[in-house]
Design a binder for this molecule. Sequence first.
Ligand code: FMN
Length: 128
Amino acid sequence: MARRAFTISIPSEHHAEEADYMGMASGRNEDKFKKAGLTPVQAEYVDAPYVGECPMVLECQLIHTIEIGLHTQFVGEIKDVKVDQGVLRGDGLPDPEKVKPILYAPVFRSYFGLGKHIGEAFTIGKGI
Ligand SMILES: Cc1cc2nc3c(=O)[nH]c(=O)nc-3n(C[C@H](O)[C@H](O)[C@H](O)COP(=O)(O)O)c2cc1C
């Protein structure tokens, strides 16, 4: 909040254990990057670190904070999106099937993968 900046590092399935650990430990008590074997990298456009091993990273400037009771909601402006070369499609966009993001389902306290491509949006419903 002091630096008005944050990053979103999207872990792939390969780093689910490290991501879970990073959510349980606090940087106030230990060097959790080092313990998880992850690399903090200084962002290019905002004053915050991101996780070097994550295939996709968003650099964000903090625009608003909203107190919503138990939590503070952060609203950011995306200043840059970084994607590993190896997970790009031929057209230069990130391929979700290569990024393999992990999804958190709070009700089950579990992580899931993304699953297969189902169909094109604004298209597959046109036949009805
Ligand atoms: C599965 C999971 C989900 C979490 N969801 C949230 C959340 O929605 N909001 C939040 O503030 N913290 C959430 N946390 C806890 C934070 O990740 C945790 O407080 C943070 O990693 C503390 O690290 P820090 O002190 O280094 O910032 C979650 C943790 C885990 C493991």
